[in-house]
Design a protein around this ligand. Structure first.
Ligand code: MOS
Length: 739
């Protein structure tokens, strides 16, 4: 613990590589004889391909092949072979499997040519005749057919507790409203791409855009029947993912299929419009009925969720767990039904279920606070929960009160006038809103490996990913601190299926999961170094236990007597070792079972709404986060800032618009799909409150990838109400809805 790496605002160790273009992404690995594949997308939402004429495309000089369902190689046929680590229950989409069209822009052919331009041109020559069938893409029309899935991908809705209906009826103050938000797409800067390299003898190396190389490797093995040693998947850099890279996408299938068939390296990169042809955040409509006693005690919560899924998989996410997590309430009932549409299966998108479920709940809670006549912060504090009621367990830690206190202070909340429309500046109405949020702080099993050389260089590795979150940096910090080395002496390797196993990078669990594995493997390395020192009989470390030594300044030394010290380089050289290697597998402790681990946040927002035009500007955001120990305040702050910016987008701009005439998301580019730009983002302050948690994992960290977005949209919606007196319960809050 002597180098104080943990908690330091260390710059990204991969920062230089990224800004100088040395960091390579999946479509940037150039190999000899590379061929290029372009995907042909279906023009209809549902039906069958009657005829596909590829002859004209094939006649183009330089076109190598056009793959369709008719000439594709033999594939696995069981669902299980196609089910990846993040697959929901159901029957996964199988590209080119048959002539059926299940959703608009479904990949129906791959044109492979000597150059990308040729492939693209030839793809435009593929002629397709369809037999169209009736399809359903209108959520509201299909909502009456909502169903309870046989199996939930997410938490199964808990049974009701207390007497929600009676409590609701008898409550002094009530809110019963419906909240909704549209489908949204991830839109990472890097579009999905795969470069599959033919190594000869049926072996391939695959550079894929994925949040976990092992998921792609397993998928390839399952679908194409390859042995593990014949497939290596690499993903050293990912240009944003946000969940879009959790499941292997069809460009991976296409590139691998073409490579195996042509025995030649092939790259397939999706276009921006094709980025709208797979997973997205599912639209939900949520009915919330809340009741409170005269004194503001929350008496009842009834939360019914309707959420979009595809026809072939039952996708669900944790939309309904939040009443049991956020507030103490004795009478609660929740349900989660799915609305099947002829679209691709929805997919986890930053804080899946949390951003949407908490949006609705936090708007309803805000409405109730006005009915009770209490300050929205006070009302939330009055109904503060210290137990997870879904699981009936205490939280492992919860410094949310401190979030409210510090957040309110920095924001200046005490100067808020309670009445809507009571604060103004010229013709701008000013609104101040608040919301609180939570996100799971999970630890999963993970492996890691450490190699220390006699030159004093430490390499630690794990098959995890860095999707821009800072994994390279924080893992280097943990290893440097554990071994008492400068960060320059440490290298962290990831994104390679040949490295020790780790789960997908998602769920905000990587700092906790891989961090714990890195800590463990370094502790083992320490033990091994001590053993090595003890091999010689006259060693001053002979009698020392591992708890009596420390690693600092590149040395191992006795805690009680720092003059007894040996540089690690000398220790290896003295023992004629070029290097020393250890591997470790970490897993959550049994103690964690008795607790419920969550991170928490309180978000304060100021909006200015033009009274005449209805335009909304988010002028100030203060977000206070209780996320356990902060490994790196700089990368941590960036995670939260990114979440806040996205929350602004969710509240005011983002919407994947379905054109039911075609059953297609029609605004499928960044000109038409609106996201916040610099001009939309003003003063954003991030606070991390102190939070100690010895239960959550050996590092006390909670993960910050998702908590940042969670309660931003409801805080904005609540601020808009405070400014205007108008409740908009359907996101995004565009000016036409405010006017
Ligand atoms: Mo996250 S939606 O688990 O990448």
């Amino acid at each position: 613990m002597a180098t104080n790496q943990i908690g330091k605002p260390q710059n990204r160790v991969d920062g230089r590589d990224k800004v100088t273009g040395q960091a390579r992404y999946a479509a940037e690995f150039n190999v000899k004889d590379l061929a290029y594949g372009v995907v042909v997308s279906s023009a209809i939402a549902k039906g069958r391909i009657k005829e596909m004429d590829t002859s004209e495309a094939l006649r183009v000089e330089g076109v190598l092949e056009v793959f369709t369902s008719e000439n594709r190689p033999k594939l696995a046929s069981y669902d299980t072979s196609f089910q990846d680590e993040d697959a929901p229950p159901g029957s996964p989409f199988r590209p080119l499997f048959n002539r059926d069209v299940l959703f608009n822009m479904q990949p129906i052919a791959l044109v492979v040519a000597e150059t990308y331009e040729l492939a693209r041109y030839a793809a435009s020559l593929v002629k397709v005749e369809y037999e169209t069938e009736e399809y359903a893409t209108d959520f509201e029309k299909e909502r009456p057919n909502a169903y309870v899935p046989e199996e939930y991908k997410s938490t199964t809705p808990p049974d009701p507790w207390g007497k929600p209906e009676t409590a609701l009826k008898e409550a002094e103050h009530k809110v019963a409203e419906e909240y909704s938000h549209p489908s949204q797409h991830h839109n990472p800067m890097e579009m999905h791409a795969t470069t599959a390299v033919w190594e000869g003898d049926g072996r391939i190396t695959v550079y894929d855009k994925i949040q976990g190389v092992l998921n792609s490797q397993e998928y390839i093995m399952g679908v194409f029947g390859l042995a593990k040693e014949d497939v290596r998947v690499l993903s050293p850099f990912v240009g944003g993912a946000f969940g879009s890279g959790l499941r292997p996408q069809y460009q991976l299938f296409m590139a691998v299929m073409a490579t195996l068939e042509l025995k030649r390296s092939v790259r397939v990169a999706l276009t921006r419009p094709q980025m709208f042809s797979f997973g997205h955040r599912p639209k939900t409509v949520q009915q919330l009925s809340l009741g409170a006693a005269a004194d503001g005690t929350l008496e009842a919560v009834v939360h019914h969720v309707f959420a979009e899924t595809s026809r072939f998989e039952d996708y669900s996410e944790d939309v309904i767990i939040w009443p049991g997590v956020l507030y103490k309430c004795d009478n609660v009932k929740v349900s989660h039904k799915l609305v099947g549409l002829d679209v691709y299966t929805p997919l986890d998108m930053r804080a899946p279920g949390g951003t949407t479920g908490i949006y609705a709940l936090e708007c309803a809670i805000d409405e109730l606070s006005y009915k009770v006549g209490m300050d929205p912060v006070e009302f939330r504090l009055k109904n503060y929960s210290v137990r997870d009621q879904n699981e009936d367990k205490p939280f492992s830690s919860k410094e949310l009160r401190e979030c409210y206190r510090q957040g309110a202070e920095l924001f200046g909340w005490k100067d808020r006038k309670p009445q809507p429309r009571s604060m103004r500046e010229g013709h701008n109405l000013i609104g101040w809103g608040v919301a609180n949020g939570a996100w799971e702080a999970t630890q999963k099993p993970s492996g890691a490996k450490a190699v220390l050389t006699k030159e004093g260089k430490l390499t630690v590795s794990s098959a995890t990913a860095d999707i821009g979150t800072g994994t390279y940096t924080i893992m280097s910090q943990i290893a440097a601190e554990c071994m008492g080395l400068p960060i320059e002496a440490v290298e962290f390797k990831l994104g390679d299926s040949s490295l020790p196993q780790s789960p997908l990078e998602g769920g905000s669990w990587t700092a906790s999961t891989v961090g714990s594995a890195v800590k463990l493997v370094c502790e083992k390395l320490g033990e091994k170094l001590l053993e090595l020192a003890q091999e010689s009989d006259d060693s001053p470390f002979k009698e020392a236990g591992i708890e009596e030594v420390e690693f600092t300044d590149g040395q191992m030394r006795l805690k009680e007597n720092s003059s007894v010290a040996i540089p690690l380089t000398q220790l290896l050289r003295d023992n004629k070792k070029d290097n020393i290697q250890v591997e470790a597998e970490s897993k959550p402790s049994d103690e964690q079972e008795n607790y419920s681990p969550y991170s928490h946040s309180a978000v304060f927002v100021e909006v200015k709404v033009d009274e005449d035009l209805g335009t909304i500007k988010v002028t100030r955001v203060v977000t206070a986060v209780a996320g356990g120990r902060i490994l790196n305040p700089k990368t941590a702050r960036s995670q939260i800032l990114g979440g806040v910016v996205w929350g602004i987008g969710m509240a005011l701009e983002e919407e994947s618009v379905m054109d039911h005439q075609y059953g297609r998301f029609i605004n499928h580019d960044l000109a038409e799909y609106h996201v916040p730009v610099n001009a939309d983002v003003h003063d954003v302050e991030v606070i991390f409150v102190d939070e100690e948690d010895s239960i959550v994992n050996p590092l006390g960290v909670k993960g910050l990838g998702e908590i940042g977005i969670v309660s931003v949209a409801p805080a904005i919606a609540n601020a808009v109400y405070h400014a205007t007196g108008k409740r908009v319960r359907d996101l995004p809050i565009t000016l036409d809805k405010v006017m």
